[in-house]
Design a protein around this ligand. Structure first.
Ligand SMILES: [Zn+2]
Length: 127
């Protein structure tokens, strides 16, 4: 399962850079929280997850299309990842964290991405 989330993947670096430029400070891969979330903004009680569309099963996303070869294998694997993601997010929310998921397909739309992060940090996220 270690391939599910590579550390310091490029999309994550981009999100970190944006948050940093907005003046937010964060911890990475917090070991004591469910799922070792990517970016933890402890002071704000907020967490940003940066998910690869394929591995985390981004709904209605081109990048999340399953291969036709070994389709069942992949469908099963991705379904498990999604289930674990939901479980982790629930756990985090129950502990009072606010969680935002950024998908890798959103990384290239830098203006939208910045808006989404800014909104979330200001506390008006419903995405
Ligand atoms: Zn996507």
């Amino acid at each position: 399962m270690s391939r599910v989330k590579g550390k310091d993947t490029k999309p994550e670096l981009i999100v970190r850079k944006i948050l940093h430029s907005m003046g937010y400070r964060y911890r990475l891969h917090h070991p004591n929280l469910p799922g070792k979330p990517d970016i933890v903004l402890s002071r704000h009680k907020k967490i940003v997850l940066v998910n690869g569309c394929f591995w985390h099963g981004h709904e209605n996303c081109n990048r999340a299309k399953l291969p036709t070869t070994n389709h069942d294998f992949w469908a099963n694997k991705i379904a498990k990842n999604m289930e674990r993601d939901r479980f982790n997010i629930n756990e985090l929310e129950e502990r009072g964290w606010e969680v935002l998921t950024i998908w890798s397909c959103e990384i290239s739309k830098s203006e939208l991405l910045k808006t989404k992060l800014a909104k979330f940090m200001r506390g008006s996220n419903n995405a």
